[in-house]
Design a protein around this ligand. Sequence first.
Ligand code: CUA
Length: 346
Amino acid sequence: MTIWSAVPAVVALSPVSAFADWGVGKSNSKFPQPDLFAPVSTPAHDIETLAWFAITICAGIALIVGGILLYGIIAYRVRRGDDGSEPPQVYGSNPIEFAWTVIPLLIVFVLILTTARTIYSIQGRPRPPGALTVHIIGHQWWWEVRYPSLNITTANEIHVPLSEPSNDNPTFLDLESADVAHSFWVPQLAGKTDVIPNRKNTMWIDPHKAGTYLGQCAEFCGTEHALMLLRVVVEPPAQWQQWVASQQKPAVHEPSAAHGRRVFESTACVNCHTVQGTVASGRFGPDLTHIMSRETIAAGAAVNTPEHLKIWIRDPDLIKPGALMPAMNLNGHDLDDVAGYLASLR
Ligand code: CUA
């Protein structure tokens, strides 16, 4: 038995495979993995075209250099009967030096110019009057999402209307940070844009295919950087309008959840979270007014189910080790009722 044949067994037994994926893992086809080479928005298309151009040039260089190297190794290998003397040496050949200076220089310039053109064509797009603007604020470790013109606040899941060729409908994203540097990246929609404290960066997307697109904070920002996920839900305009209308409704107050609401309002929850129309008006954590309209909780770390909500309130570290939300230490009955209250906030 070689050492390598033991590797699969070690991997299978390692504690990593024992981690629960809270319903959002690769096995869940509802949550497609992001794909750099399947763009659905103009900036991502432009970047893909540029990427293939650069890959083609680099692959050509690799083939030529590797091919010459391989040829040299095979054709000039040591042969029986070699007398061991050195072959003729070439010193100071002007044509050769000129070629290996100018050709790489030209290649680099072509790459610089095509990259600059792509950057300018993406960044130079003017914001048409009336374009939808979404204000996104990076926090450790979640995304605050505000639609200033629509008076909507949500988190981690951004709903935007479809942009069809016949009806160009771009969405502009204004990015800011509440704490450290983050980076907003949804590969199928656009490139990465840094999210920096005390600075507003802007990007735009014009997705032309409905669906849910996954993204990720792309700048190391602390313990849970890896679980600072993004989902962009692209919907046909009529469906998007329905989402807007449902988000603009006041919070549901179900009489059956009244006790849970009282417990929620009497704990520290209200210092960090907002539920419209209640005493809860904190902004340190996500707005919970319509929490059940979101597919996931904890910035994409777990599928949003009443069971996961309860685990999250009881012990956030179980789902997201290092999360800044404290465990609330509620007794079993209060925990059930607070989770029940949250589950009523559709
Ligand atoms: Cu936010 Cu990494």
